[in-house]
Design a binder for this molecule. Sequence first.
Ligand code: NI
Length: 181
Amino acid sequence: MKLNIETYGAETLRRNAQPVMEITDEIRALIANMLETMHAAQGIGLAAAQVGRREAVCVIDIPSDMQDPTALLLPEMPLILLNPEIVEASGEQCAKEGCLSFPELYVSVNRAAVVTVSYLDRQGVQRMFRAEGLLARAVQHELDHLHGVLLVDKMTSVQKVAAAAKLRRIKKLGARTFQVA
Ligand code: NI
């Protein structure tokens, strides 16, 4: 089932996520619905807060043609991360980033180049992976969502001024949701 995506201005995007304590049918359904919603919206990542939920769940699916061909040890996609945490981060990268909660906004954001992430998989097994490039960026972006941190918080004041009209327009969507076609 496709879910509505909350856009910038929605309260739910600012909440801290709560850890998943048990893999229930409800969590399994949430994961399936989030994957369906992300794919329908042609996003590469989605956090539970973006569909109005509190659980520390995010999904990432980077198409193979967008992946860095030189990256080693790419985890299998889609990635389903429960209670994810970055345990190590190093280096720096800067590239344009978007977010399904900020339709049509793309801004350059600084991120760590390499991150090590620990998480529970959909079976509740504790796992870890190391990511670089676009995947490292996506992981950092989705983990920000779990802490109520949004793309706009990563923008410099100059970027915010340049994108002011666009941000206003997004906010006018009324902290409302947009329905994925
Ligand atoms: Ni996002």
